[in-house]
Design a protein around this ligand. Structure first.
Ligand code: 5GP
Ligand code: MN
Length: 338
């Protein structure tokens, strides 16, 4: 954030505001962690704030401090709509374009509030009064820490705020191992531990609360994996039928896509997950090195994200989607074998 933006934010927050804080649709640990941390911080300043999530999110995030205050736009629509209408400031966290909030997009576009974006995705949109965008950042949570630091308020970071920030940094960095994890990230994390974040307990809550059906679904996913060594690619499919057979709950497939990348020589991994209700195949894409899944998802599957982690969708059936993917992949043979 530049000096001018810091002055603007300080001036906005020096007045009482009605604040809405918005994560992207299907929020992950970084989206919820950053929103809940900012919520705790603004509340501590005496501001009126609400976190409004576009839709539901996985159980493994619902233990997070302040989670009970979250308003679900889908389930509590009139209330959420009213809060967005009345808001004087809207923070959008962990996304780069208003289309990333699903059904909430219309309400956000109609809002009269000043927007403040904090985000680390590529190609940020141009809708905010203050845009704090930095694609080199490990996570939006690391940026919320910086944001608080820019305001000169790190002493206001409570144990709850530290816990929420730690959770998002941990989940978005694959437990501090992705390329975007810098020495600065580790310094921030150390500070969060000093401020009360219980690292082992947070890890346990997020990763060690599996259900038996989720592990069995992982077994199905792994046996469905198709490995294409000539393209250094591995992909997984999961049909709605397979999800239903293993009592699928939101978040159960989180992390499955990463298994492809653990294969020696594989640099591009995908998972195609059927969602009959929405009539789409949701695609998660991951890579290691310079192959940009952001570009791949953006150019072919109506999506985007980061160089090494992106999402997209297909409105064709599973078989047609896979066949289209295989055709597209052929045109990337050289890029995948540099
Ligand atoms: P995931 O595969 O975990 O859903 O998403 C991976 C990354 O890509 C996340 O940073 C997420 O925010 C982003 N992402 C997921 N789906 C989409 C999408 O449809 N459009 C864009 N622009 N980004 C996405
Ligand atoms: Mn993120």
């Amino acid at each position: 954030m530049n000096a001018e933006d810091i002055t603007t934010v300080k001036s906005i927050l020096s007045q009482p505001q009605k604040i809405a804080i918005i994560p992207h649709k299907n929020p992950d640990g970084d989206a919820m962690g950053s929103c809940l941390a900012l919520y705790g911080f603004l509340k501590g300043m005496g501001q009126t704030a609400h976190v409004i999530a576009p839709n539901d999110y996985p159980k493994f995030l619902k233990w997070m401090p302040e989670n009970d205050s979250v308003i679900n736009f889908e389930r509590e629509n009139p209330k959420a709509g009213r809060l967005l209408e009345e808001a004087t400031v809207i923070f959008t966290l962990d996304f780069n374009d208003l289309s990333r909030v699903g059904q909430m997009e219309t309400a956000l576009k109609a809002a009269t509030a000043d927007f403040i974006m904090i985000d680390h995705h590529q190609q940020p949109g141009d809708y905010a009064k203050v845009t704090y965008s930095d694609v080199t950042m490990s996570s939006t949570c690391e940026m919320v820490y910086n944001f608080i630091q820019y305001l000169g308020e790190t002493d206001a970071i409570t144990k709850d705020i530290a816990t929420n920030l730690y959770t998002g940094i941990m989940t978005d960095t694959g437990s501090f191992k992705y390329r975007s994890t810098s020495s600065k990230t580790h310094r921030v994390v150390a500070e969060l531990i000093d401020r009360g974040a219980e690292n082992m307990e947070i890890h346990r809550q997020v990763f060690d609360t599996n259900s038996p059906s989720r592990l069995h679904l992982l077994g199905v996913a792994l046996s469905n994996m198709v490995i294409l060594p000539e393209y250094r690619t591995a992909y997984i499919t999961l049909t709605q039928e397979e999800l239903d057979a293993y009592d699928y709950k939101k978040g159960d497939t989180e992390g499955f896509v990463n298994y492809g990348l653990t294969l020696e020589g594989i640099i591009f991994a995908l998972i195609f997950i059927e969602n009959k209700e929405e009539g789409i195949i949701k695609i998660s894409l991951r890579s290691t090195g310079d192959f940009s899944v952001n570009e791949f998802a953006r150019n072919h599957f109506d999506g985007g994200g980061h160089t090494n982690a992106a999402g997209g969708r297909s409105e064709l059936g599973m078989e047609e989607t896979i066949s289209r993917f295989n055709d597209i992949l052929k045109t990337y043979k050289n890029e995948l074998n540099p």
